[in-house]
Design a protein around this ligand. Structure first.
Ligand code: FSX
Ligand code: SF4
Ligand code: F3S
Length: 394
């Protein structure tokens, strides 16, 4: 029966891929890879790529109104990378980008008209995407488009939107423009609208997190589940430190102490250079960033994470200040000690909990010890070990 189901879903996905192949002139293989990638990003079970393929092929493209305020346009840049025509084609096929100030051909009154027309034609159905923070000081005069303040524009456009997505850290929580002393009163979309919205923070955010959010909306007719900051759980439920490829070095106390020193060249942990991975929630280490391959994320390239997705960390804490350790959970690659099943505490689960608490306390002790070490300390320890061994042999 499972086999028949698999054959049926494969057939459906193949049929959808054939349509896309003709429509976008990209290969079926590329399209199916894209659907599997989005399904994996969303953490959906095997077979979900067929539902995604069908939704992308059949769905009426949702009208998207994209507003720009205080920002650098890096969010749009990362999404529409010229080096990756497949991604760009797919995005423009999945959504109908009816208003986007930096991409649209129209200007002036024509541009204003296309925004109004798209909003009227798709009333209650369009998706509003906001890029950039919104200045609220002095009646919002520090950012105006077409004579309207950003505050007025976002309120006007959100009123009849089916969903509001704040893309990038600026729109999600203020980002760089809100850095102290925040002279323009740069605020988030949620603060200005006075209600929670879906946020995709990052400066810029991973394009796949945005794309997967839109595909979720198309496939299931609703936005994905989020945390209390509006961040989709599929992307922002784990600390970077939990999935980092340098985590083994952290656990062993091997740290880069300066850019270019031996520890840095050996790929050691960047904690002592100010890496904010231990207090930043995002899927950068598992997803990579952009399309250049697995090392294409800050830590993979040898730069500490600056916590760009995290309010109160990115653009708030000094870059070289060491991160706050939020927990001492083992990395996700390690086998779990206990699986959570059912409800209520049994004797066994209480015992397991006690064991975990003990392990955490032990972990904290190791952590304290290791954080005091560096590459030099490690070398010294090795030398002492060797000296001790030699002595014992004499
Ligand atoms: Fe820039 Fe977007 Fe940073 Fe902000 O990304 S990459 S300043 S999050 O709004 O354009
Ligand atoms: Fe990776 Fe940074 Fe954690 Fe080190 S501190 S393991 S570099 S996330
Ligand atoms: Fe930003 Fe850190 Fe990821 S700086 S891109 S959250 S690794």
């Amino acid at each position: 029966m499972q086999q028949a189901f698999n054959q049926e879903t494969n057939r459906a996905a193949e049929a959808a891929a054939a349509v896309i192949e003709r429509r976008l002139q990209i290969s079926r293989r590329e399209f199916l890879q894209f659907c599997s990638g989005v399904a994996a990003t969303l953490g959906l079970p095997a077979g979900a790529e067929a539902a995604i393929a069908q939704a992308v092929e059949a769905a009426k493209r949702p009208s998207v109104i994209w507003l720009h305020f205080q920002e650098c346009t890096g969010c749009s840049e990362s999404l529409l990378r010229a080096e990756h025509p497949t991604l760009e084609k797919l995005i423009l096929d999945i959504i109908s980008l009816d208003y986007h100030e930096t991409l649209m051909v129209a200007a002036g009154h024509q541009a204003e008209k296309s925004r109004k027309d798209a909003m009227a034609a798709n009333k209650g159905k369009y998706v509003l995407v906001v890029e950039g923070a919104i200045p609220t000081k002095d009646k919002g005069i520090y950012c105006k488009v077409g004579g309207h303040t950003a505050v007025d524009l976002v309120k006007e456009c959100a009123a009849d939107a089916a969903a509001v997505i704040a893309i990038g850290s600026c729109a999600s929580w203020g980002g760089m423009p809100s850095t102290d002393p925040n002279p323009t009163g740069a605020s988030s979309v949620g603060e200005v609208l006075g209600k929670p919205v879906v946020t995709i923070p990052g400066c810029p955010p991973s394009p796949y997190n945005f794309l997967a959010t839109v595909v979720h909306f198309l496939t299931f007719g609703k936005l994905p589940a989020t945390d209390k900051l509006g961040r989709p759980l599929f992307a922002y439920s784990r600390l970077i430190h939990e999935n980092c490829e340098r985590r083994a070095h952290f656990d062993a106390g091997r740290f880069a102490m300066e850019f270019g020193d031996e520890g840095h060249r050996k790929g050691y942990c960047l904690y002592k250079l100010g890496c904010k991975g231990p207090e930043t929630y995002a899927n950068c280490p598992t997803l990579g960033f952009g399309d250049a391959g697995e090392v294409s994320w800050p830590v993979g390239c040898g730069h500490p994470c600056i916590g760009c997705t995290e309010k109160g960390v990115g653009f708030a804490k000094p870059i070289h200040a060491v991160a706050k350790m939020l927990n001492v959970a083992p990395p996700l690659q390690y086998a779990r000690i206990v699986e959570e099943q059912g409800r209520g505490a049994t004797f066994a689960s209480a015992a397991a909990l006690a064991a975990i608490a003990g392990a955490a306390a032990g972990g904290a002790a190791m952590l304290t010890r290791n954080l005091g070490m560096s590459h030099k300390a490690e070398e010294l320890e090795k030398a002492q070990d060797k000296a001790g061994k030699n002595k014992a042999e004499v």
